[in-house]
Design a protein. Structure first.
Length: 521
C-alpha cells in the first residue's frame, strides 16, 4: 500500500516516492510514543507485570523545540487588468502551466451590467453575475497577451479573447468557471469545465422529477434559480455546453473540479452553507455530466475570529506531488468586509486540516488594487526565479462595496520554491518521521539556517534507534539558506532503499521546509 492510496497513512512504513516532499502538515512529523522499560530496556505494556521490577519512562521520537508554521506569501503588482471594452471587472483566475506555457482563464464582468438601459434587461444585479469567460497566455507568468480567438462576440465583433460568452450560455452569462485538463478523456473532451449559472423553473421541475436527490433543499421556483453546468473542449477555447444542469445547487464562487486518477473519480470543491456560515464542500462522481449534492469538508479555523467565513477554496496540488493536496481559502471577515488568504492541507483530498500560522496573505495596502478585498484563484505553478505562485483577484474596495466603482486586477501570491510552510526551531529542536520506505538512496533538504545554527539529518530504524554511520552525529552540518542542500554522512554512508527507516531532523536556530528523495545514481 502506498502513501497515495485510498487510505493514506493507515499502514506503516509509508512509501515515500522520489521527489520533493514539503512540510505543510504533520504527516512527516511523528508525535512520538510513551512507553515504560525495565533496567534492561525491555518495554512493558500498560496491563501490568508478571514479576515486580523497576520501570522508568521512555519517550522515543517525541518532537522537541520545533513548531510547524505556514510561511507568509509575497504579493505582486497586478499582472493582468481590465483593458477591453467587455471588461469592467476581472476575477476568478485559473492558471494551467502546460508545455512551458502559462494559460489563464478568467472572468470579466461587462460594463453593461451597470448600464441603466441594458442592465435591467439582463436582470442585473441578479446573483448569477453574467460573467464572460476570457483567455490569456504568457511565457513567464507576468507578461500576458489576450489573443483574438474569433469565438465569443462583443458588440457584434468576434475580435475578442472571449472563450465562452452569452451566445452560448445565455444573457445571464456564467460564474465561477473552472477549466481543467482531464488526462483520461478522449481528445475532443480533454478540457472540461464546471460553472454556476441560471436555470428556469421548468428545468428545476424536471430535475425534481428525474433526480430529486440532486436538487439543493434551498431551491425554490423563483424565475432565476442557481444551478451547476458542465462543458467540454478539445483545446480549452471552443466549448460544447450541456443544456441541462449537472446538479441544482447554489455554489456562487469559483468552482474547482479535477480528475482524481487515484480515486478514478471527478471531484468538485465548491461552497456551501451551514448554520449561517459559508463552508467548503466536496462531491465526487464517475459521470461528469451528473453530480450528487456536495458535503461539507472544511469550515472556518477554530483560531479564526468568530465572524470569519470562507469564500473561494483555491484547491490545488503541490507541483509534482500528487499526495500534497492544498487549499488556499479566501477568509472573509464580516466585521471589516475584507478578506485574507489562508492555507489548509490534505493527503487524500477528503479529510482537511488548517496549517498553523494563517493567514498567509493579509489584505493589501490601502492604495493597492487589492486594498479592499481579494479572492483566491486556482493553480499553484512554478514561476521564474525559484518561485511558486498562486493567482488571485484583487479589488480596491471591500467585498460588499458597489463593485462597479472598484478597480480590479489579477496578481500572484508567491513563495520561494518549496517553502509554503516549514518546521522552525528558535534554539534547539528535533523531530522524527514515522517509519517510511525511501524510494531512493539520496536526500536533499530545503532549509534556512541562521548564522551559528545548523541542520543535521539522521537515519534510524523503525523503532527509532539510530543506524550506525547514519546517525545525526555522523551527518555533516548544513548551514545557510539552501533550496537543495545534499545530506551527507561521514564515510559516505547512504540511507537504505525500500527498507523501514525513520528520518531524524536535528535543527538549531533555523527552519526546514521539506526534503527530497533522490533516485539511484
Amino acid at each position: 500500500m502506498s502513501i497515495d492510496s485510498r487510505y493514506p497513512g493507515l499502514v506503516t512504513p509509508l512509501p515515500v516516492k522520489v521527489g520533493y516532499h514539503p512540510f505543510v502538515d504533520y504527516r512527516f512529523i511523528h508525535p512520538g510514543r510513551a512507553r515504560w522499560v525495565d533496567d534492561d530496556c525491555r518495554p512493558h505494556g500498560a496491563w501490568g507485570l508478571t514479576n515486580p521490577t523497576s520501570l522508568h519512562a521512555d519517550f522515543p521520537a517525541v518532537p522537541r523545540g520545533v513548531e510547524l508554521r505556514a510561511e507568509p506569501g509575497v504579493r505582486t503588482e497586478p499582472v493582468l487588468k481590465a483593458t477591453e471594452p467587455w471588461e469592467k471587472l476581472v476575477w476568478w483566475p485559473k492558471v494551467i502551466f502546460d508545455g512551458g506555457r502559462y494559460r489563464l482563464w478568467y472572468e470579466a464582468v461587462p460594463p453593461d451590467h451597470w448600464d441603466p438601459e441594458i442592465g435591467p434587461k439582463l436582470a442585473w444585479p441578479n446573483p448569477v453575475f453574467g460573467g464572460l469567460l476570457c483567455y490569456a497566455e504568457s511565457d513567464d507568468g507576468f507578461n500576458w497577451t489576450k489573443p483574438s480567438l474569433g469565438i465569443g462576440s462583443w458588440d457584434g465583433s468576434t475580435d475578442t479573447n472571449i472563450s465562452l460568452g452569452r451566445e452560448t450560455v445565455g444573457p445571464m452569462g456564467l460564474h465561477g468557471a473552472s477549466p481543467f485538463i482531464d488526462s483520461e478523456a478522449e481528445p475532443d473532451a480533454r478540457y472540461k469545465m464546471f460553472w454556476y449559472g441560471d436555470a428556469t423553473p421548468e428545468v428545476v421541475e424536471a430535475a425534481r422529477r428525474n433526480r430529486p436527490d440532486a436538487v439543493d433543499p434551498r431551491t425554490t421556483n423563483d424565475s432565476h434559480v442557481r444551478a451547476m453546468y458542465v462543458g467540454t473542449s478539445p483545446d480549452g477555447l471552443n466549448w460544447t455546453v450541456q443544456d441541462e444542469p449537472a446538479v441544482v445547487f447554489c455554489s456562487d464562487t469559483l468552482q474547482v473540479v479535477e480528475w482524481d486518477a487515484l480515486r478514478k473519480q471527478y471531484v468538485w470543491y465548491g461552497r456551501g452553507w451551514s448554520w449561517g456560515r459559508r463552508t467548503i464542500t466536496r462531491a465526487e462522481t464517475t459521470d461528469f455530466s451528473r453530480w450528487p449534492l456536495p458535503q461539507d469538508v472544511l469550515t472556518a479555523s477554530p483560531t479564526a475570529p468568530e465572524q470569519t467565513d470562507i469564500y473561494t477554496n483555491g484547491k490545488t496540488l503541490y507541483p509534482g506531488d500528487s499526495t500534497t493536496h492544498l487549499m488556499f481559502p479566501t477568509l472573509y471577515d464580516r466585521a471589516t468586509d475584507q478578506t485574507t488568504i489562508g492555507m489548509a492541507t490534505s493527503v487524500d483530498g477528503v479529510a482537511w486540516s488548517w496549517t498553523p500560522g494563517n493567514p498567509v496573505l493579509p489584505v493589501g495596502p490601502p492604495d493597492g488594487v487589492d486594498g479592499g478585498s481579494m479572492f483566491v484563484g486556482i493553480g499553484l505553478v512554478p514561476l521564474p526565479g525559484d518561485r511558486i505562485g498562486l493567482p488571485y483577484a484583487g479589488y480596491s474596495y471591500p467585498h460588499k462595496f458597489p463593485a462597479n466603482l472598484a478597480d480590479s486586477g489579477i496578481c500572484w501570491c508567491t513563495w520561494t520554491r518549496g517553502r509554503l510552510a516549514g518546521v522552525h526551531a528558535a534554539t534547539e529542536g528535533e523531530f522524527w518521521t514515522p517509519p517510511v520506505r525511501l524510494a531512493g538512496k539520496g536526500l536533499r533538504v530545503n532549509c534556512r539556517v541562521q548564522p551559528g545554527g545548523s541542520l543535521r539529518v539522521g537515519v534510524a530504524d523503525d523503532e527509532w534507534s539510530e543506524i550506525p554511520g547514519l546517525s545525526v552525529s555522523d551527518c555533516q552540518p548544513i548551514t545557510g539558506d539552501q533550496l537543495d542542500a545534499t545530506v551527507t554522512w561521514s564515510g559516505g554512508a547512504r540511507p537504505p532503499v525500500d527498507q523501514a527507516v525513520s528520518l531524524h531532523f536535528s535543527l538549531r536556530t533555523g527552519s526546514v521546509f521539506g526534503f527530497e528523495v533522490v533516485g539511484a545514481d
